[in-house]
Design a protein around this ligand. Structure first.
Ligand code: GLA
Length: 738
């Protein structure tokens, strides 16, 4: 064969080969961008909506146009991770959607129809319309992308236009497939007085689920949020990290499935557990919002993104200065009269506290609320304890320059109450079965509009009768153990879980329509309702009933990985602590409480002498320097209490990097002369800062106190602090100098 023929044959071969490897094209690419992240979907040639990418910003529409999936072993059709995988399309991983259609058929295959996008300066909203290939059944995939915060939220609207009812079995809010060598999941667990403990684990093949089946008080044990790190355990300042949080106060399920191809399938939303939803013809169902953020600079930035988003969009008044509160619970419990309370107010006012909150025990007459056995549901002031009524107390508070707040638990009822006598049908119950109490109480059935009216009225009539009330602590102290509603039909008993939560939100919506800025604390036996679904309607959350400062260092470390510190009600209580019996110095208690929304939870007259002077000084410092930083500053975690060493340290830096507050805690006893060196973070590398110790009782804890240091020095060399004894601590103010 001469060379000429060889060249022709080679060229022909190339044409054949090139022809066979020419790239298939997607018909449409949908890019959703924030400042530093991109989420990309594509519509393939068969009309499927395929997930392409979520991570660091990539604007490469042309490349995403090329279809880049391989068929997988064991599937005869091209396997791609669809944006919202349904059962019936060949993917038998955890489905986002599994339904029984009107004709009994189990399969759904969604095809792309159209996409709409609208945007303003703050966010863009993309709605992708998908429709089943056979039935008149459709799904809208909604994505809202918050540009500056690098947060995207996702939810779906499922529409049934078939001729009969469709039963929704699995109806997730969002699906996210990720591809890496390994996956590390940080999630939260706990119990009463120990919420938001942090665990991190490597995900292996199979399904790991974080879920709740308790219906109410759903975050007391696990929390509907997580951080995912790719390829290595999460780091504070580096690495690819995703943060996720479901905005839903009912049963949830966050499923993490590493599948046979080592892809991680993250399916998040309402827990399908006993929750089948009958979607009638013509109806639609909207799933809760799933909140995501991504950073390639570790979990520190993930938290800061969520805090920024949370303060702006995820809670009420998130950027407002929060009052310092004295809450009566641990100082008085159920045993008080007018004098007890006015005495507490005298001390509170003297110490610089701004709001006095009367906790449980103020109501019930036929069944007085003198302990937790009785009276819940009867929201009339107890005339024996408070003969001159709430208004006397409210006026007294005002005369002292304090705002007045009140505790309620309007979703609940003691069997020993007038409410239970008058409306036994309003209680969540199971026909013919004994009702199981929890803390001697039962749950009202918020799926019933009459109960919604009642709960709204508890709030509304208190505020209309006593317009001087300026703060409400809304509690919820039990969960569902037996489901059952006298309001819902037999066929719809499985709706209770979702209908309860929707009923609660309907009440919250009415309250916020009438009282948009009113201060409400989110409490459920402590942090039992801490999710972005509830937080949206609240100004702050009671982080935990555990007020022990050492426990709080751990609880607040976990909590503020996801939720904004400005909302973390964090109270100084007495020593020994009522929950743990631990003795700690007042300074340690204050320093810890000042990392969140400062308050007190004790009988303030018990603080006397030097302690009193210290407390008043600390409150002044908080107002003057610390509070603005806790409110709108950026959190930098410097030493995790979970790490070796026995220290914890963090700081808040103002957005302009002009000021900062640094906290350091010695949480274990240390051998003589062992001190922590703390490298600061988040400062402006070109600035110099003066560092001043505050809350400084008898000794100085830094050799350089009052001096100026370059940010470079502070962030690279760090500061060695003279704290070594267990429960010693230090707080510093940093101010940029010219
Ligand atoms: C719950 C709350 C506490 C307190 C009590 C009152 O446990 O978390 O802060 O309000 O109820 O009964």
């Amino acid at each position: 064969m001469n060379n000429y023929i060889k060249i022709i044959l080679f060229s022909l071969l190339q044409i054949v080969l090139l022809g066979s490897t020419s790239l298939a094209q997607n018909s449409e690419v949908i890019e959703i961008n924030t400042k530093s992240t991109s989420l990309v979907y594509a519509v393939d040639q068969s009309g499927r909506l395929i997930f392409q990418y979520y991570g660091k910003k990539v604007e490469a529409t042309e490349n995403f146009k090329q279809q880049h999936t391989y068929s997988k072993p064991d599937t005869d059709r091209d396997f791609s991770y669809e944006a919202y995988p349904t059962f019936g399309l060949g993917n038998v991983n955890e489905p986002a959607l599994a339904v029984i259609h009107a004709d009994g058929s189990l399969n759904t295959e969604l095809a792309f129809e159209t996409v709409e996008t609208k945007s303003n300066d703050d966010f863009s909203e993309t709605v992708i319309h998908l429709k089943d290939r056979v039935f008149d059944f459709s799904v809208e995939l909604h994505t809202k992308a918050y540009f500056n915060e690098d947060v995207i939220i996702q939810w779906t609207v499922i529409k049934n236009n078939e001729n009969g009812t469709v039963k929704l079995n699995n109806f997730a809010s969002s699906f996210l497939p990720l591809k890496a060598e390994s996956y590390y999941l940080t999630h939260f667990y706990g119990a009463w007085a120990g919420e938001m403990s942090v665990a991190e684990e490597k995900l292996e093949n199979g399904i790991k689920a974080i879920e709740c089946k308790k219906g109410v008080r759903t975050t007391q044990t696990e929390n509907a949020s997580f951080i995912l790190s790719l390829n290595h355990p999460s780091q504070e300042n580096s690495g690819d990290c995703y943060g996720g949080a479901l905005a839903w106060s009912g049963n949830y399920r966050l499923a993490f499935q590493v599948d046979e191809w080592r892809t991680l399938n993250v399916v998040t939303g309402i827990n399908p557990f006993l929750s089948a939803w009958n979607l009638k013809s013509g109806e639609s169902f909207t799933t809760p919002e799933m909140i995501y953020t991504f950073s390639n600079a570790g979990r520190g930035q993930v938290s800061r993104n969520l805090h920024d988003w949370g303060r702006e969009y995820g809670m009420t008044g998130g950027k407002e200065i929060h009052d310092i509160v004295l809450n009566s619970w641990e100082g008085a419990y159920f045993t008080f009269d007018e004098n007890t309370l006015t005495g507490m107010m005298d001390d509170a006012a003297e110490m610089g506290i701004e709001t006095f909150v009367l906790d449980d025990g103020w109501f019930g007459n036929k069944y007085p609320r003198n302990n937790d056995d009785a009276g819940l549901g009867d929201w009339q002031t107890n005339t024996k304890k408070l003969p001159r009524g709430l208004d006397y107390l409210i006026d007294y508070a005002h005369s002292k320059g304090l705002k007045f707040g009140l505790w309620i638990e309007p979703e609940m009822v003691n069997p020993e109450s007038e409410l239970a006598e008058n409306h036994p049908e309003w209680i969540v119950q199971s026909n013919g079965r004994e009702k199981i109490t929890w803390r001697n109480q039962l749950l009202l059935d918020l799926s019933n509009p009459k109960v919604q009216d009642f709960v709204f009225n508890v709030f509304d009539s208190l505020l209309t009768t006593h317009p001087g009330i300026e703060y409400v602590k809304w509690d919820a102290n039990r969960h569902v153990e037996q489901a059952g509603s006298t309001y819902l039909s037999d066929a719809e008993q499985t709706h209770l879980w979702v209908a309860y939560t929707e009923g609660l939100y309907a009440v919250y919506d009415r309250i916020r329509a009438k009282y948009p800025d009113f201060v409400i604390q989110d409490c459920a036996s402590g942090g039992g309702r801490l999710d972005y679904g509830a937080l949206k309607y609240h100004n702050e959350y009671w982080t935990s009933d555990n007020t022990d400062p050492l426990s709080r260092i751990f609880i607040q470390y976990g909590t503020t990985l996801i939720y904004p510190p400005v909302g973390a009600a964090s109270h100084v209580s007495t020593s020994p602590n009522h929950q743990t019996q631990r003795m700690t110095p007042l300074k340690f208690r204050f320093d810890v409480a000042m990392t969140g929304r400062l308050g007190m939870e004790l009988q303030p007259k018990d603080i006397q002498g030097d302690d009193r002077i210290f407390a008043e000084e600390a409150i002044k410092n908080y107002k003057q320097f610390v509070r603005p930083l806790v409110t709108t500053g950026d959190l930098y975690r410097l030493k995790s209490p979970y790490d070796e060493g026995g220290w914890a340290s963090q700081m808040y830096v103002s957005k302009e990097k002009e000021s900062a507050v640094l906290y350091a805690f010695s949480i274990e006893p240390h051998l003589r002369g062992i001190y922590p060196t703390i490298k600061l973070n988040g400062l402006d590398a070109n600035k110099t800062y003066q560092i001043t110790e505050i809350n400084k009782n008898d000794k100085s804890r830094f050799w350089g106190n009052g001096h100026t240091f370059s940010a470079e020095y502070l962030m690279n060399v760090g500061v060695e602090l003279k704290i070594a004894d267990q429960y010693d601590s230090a707080v510093f103010m940093l101010k940029a100098v010219e």
